[in-house]
Design a protein around this ligand. Structure first.
Ligand code: ZN
Length: 110
């Protein structure tokens, strides 16, 4: 499925981070898509450390693609892989390989 929404730049994405519900997905250098406005439903996909979808960004468009066969009624999940200077968001997904947070893995050697 495609992650659709209003196309905004990173400055606007930064301003919108203060909303209680954030559906902004970075889509490349100075590109972001706010699924809260014109979203396809992909903006409601939850996080898991063991997701059944992966993300592809091509030409400023975002796609969620299945990693394996997904059964009817099974929840769709992606790894949010939150980057940048965002705070650490704890994860309680319950997966056996849960890393404990939704951000990208930290480099433990630093
Ligand atoms: Zn997790």
């Amino acid at each position: 499925m495609e992650y659709t929404g209003e196309r905004i730049d990173h400055d606007e994405a930064w301003r919108r981070r203060l909303r209680p519900q954030i559906y902004v997905f970075l889509a490349g250098p100075n590109r972001a898509i706010d699924g809260a406005i014109g979203g396809s439903g992909a903006e409601f996909v939850n996080h898991s450390c063991n997701p059944n979808l992966y993300t592809r960004v091509r030409n400023g468009r975002i796609w969620f693609i299945s990693r394996r066969r997904i059964e009817a009624g099974e929840e769709l999940l992606i790894d949010y892989w939150i980057t940048g200077s965002d705070p650490v968001y704890p994860c309680f997904c319950g997966a056996a390989n849960c890393r404990g947070y939704m951000n990208q893995p930290f480099d433990q050697t630093l």
